[in-house]
Design a protein around this ligand. Structure first.
Ligand code: GLA
Length: 378
């Protein structure tokens, strides 16, 4: 008798829970499902995450994201630390993780002026190599790295940050040694290595007009040369007051007019004060820690939490309105605890730039973003 009562209660409870979950799916919304008709939703993973060591973040990734980018392990200095030595193990693990979980995998990044060993540009005596030598090194690196993951890595940031703030080409060693066709060559080599992979140009501060115009000119030139370029990545390292929503909207529309995809590739919103001019993400910037630059070290006041939620809502309002051309929105990190913004451009601060807090709990910004996806239903 008692057992029957127990059974009845158990089944009623199960049916009730099932009904609640299915009638009110928004009780526990999942980012990738909520945005499935808009764009892919991604996160950059560090090595502890892609190797499965940090299960706390892995669970969030599996639940909420359908695309991943490796934070560091495919950068030249990590994957190709010495001339004859590639270090593929961490990247293999990352790609296996992505495949096993059915994720769209982004390769970041092939050609960049940072996190590239000096010796790439030098001969054994330390003198700059000539154009042919550097082109050969570039071709060999791109073919080896893309070739290894052919058909498995779906899209590549072929060139990262080739532009200066005024929209002219950055005086990198790639430019100085090869000349301004180095971007054409990089995209050609990438296309040869995996004709089916999507290929992107990725940069920060493209929302500022001079730099955006430079990128448009650059992409037009690549297209005119018959180069395969599928999209542009706006890194999306944003502040509370930059860029304005109209800057973001007009930037997306300007690139869309070129007929290429637009991706937000490294999204985060820095809530901490800054008194330097730089809006960008120049990783060499290093500012000394001062108390006034680290005001929320004991927690984020509710008023700032709410402002961050509003800021995210306004950014996602623009992104969802442009969903026909925005194909992916990737956050640079999973939760606040791992964000690079805890250490850049000032080391040792407490920052709050993402949708999940240090305990992996969704923040008010998460709810605000979800509401933007739902707005068409209201
Ligand atoms: C740039 C790069 C990224 C990463 C971030 C900071 O935006 O594209 O690879 O280094 O800086 O973490």
């Amino acid at each position: 008798m008692r057992f029957d009562l127990f059974k009845t209660c158990f089944f009623s409870f199960t049916i009730l829970s099932f009904t609640v979950v299915n009638t009110f799916p928004q009780v526990n919304p999942v980012l990738k499902d909520v945005f499935k008709d808009y764009f892919m939703i991604g996160a950059a993973l560090n090595q502890a995450q892609s190797s499965g060591k940090d299960m706390f973040s892995v669970n969030l990734v599996k639940k909420h994201f359908n695309t991943v980018t490796p934070e560091n392990i495919l950068k030249w200095e990590s994957v190709h630390p010495e001339p004859e030595k590639y270090n593929f193990e961490p990247a293999d693990t990352f790609v296996d993780f992505g495949k096993k979980n059915n994720l769209f995998i982004v390769g970041h990044t092939l050609i960049w002026h940072n996190q590239t060993p000096k010796r790439v540009f030098e001969d054994e005596q330390g003198n700059p190599v000539d154009r042919e030598t550097l082109l050969n090194r570039m071709r060999s690196h791109i073919h080896t790295v893309i070739g290894r993951y052919k058909g498995r890595i779906n899209g590549w940031d072929v060139v990262n940050e080739a532009l200066d703030e005024d929209g002219t080409l950055r005086q990198s060693q790639w430019l100085e040694i090869i000349g301004d066709d180095y971007l054409i060559k990089a995209f050609e080599f990438a296309h040869e290595a995996d004709p089916d992979a999507e290929l992107y140009y990725n940069d920060y501060s493209l929302e500022n007009e001079p730099k955006r115009n430079g990128a448009i000119k650059l992409i037009k030139k690549l297209l005119a040369e018959g180069v395969k370029i599928d999209g542009v990545g706006l890194q999306g390292h944003y502040k509370m007051d930059w860029p304005t929503t109209s800057q973001l909207d007009s930037t997306i529309k300007a690139f869309a007019a070129l007929g290429i995809k637009i991706m937000i590739t490294e999204l985060d919103v820095d809530v901490l004060p800054y008194d330097w001019q730089n809006h960008g993400a120049d990783i060499t910037l290093n500012i000394e820690l001062q108390e006034k630059l680290n005001p929320y070290k004991n927690g984020l006041p509710d008023s700032v939490q709410q402002s961050l939620a509003k800021r995210y809502a306004s950014l996602f309002d623009v992104l969802t309105n442009n969903n026909e051309t925005v194909s992916r929105v990737t956050f640079w990190g999973v939760s606040d605890k791992d964000s690079w913004l805890n250490n850049w451009p000032v080391r040792g601060r407490m920052n709050y730039p993402l949708l999940f807090d240090r305990n992996g709990e969704p923040k008010p910004a998460f709810e605000a973003v979800i509401k933007e996806a739902d707005k068409q239903n209201y």
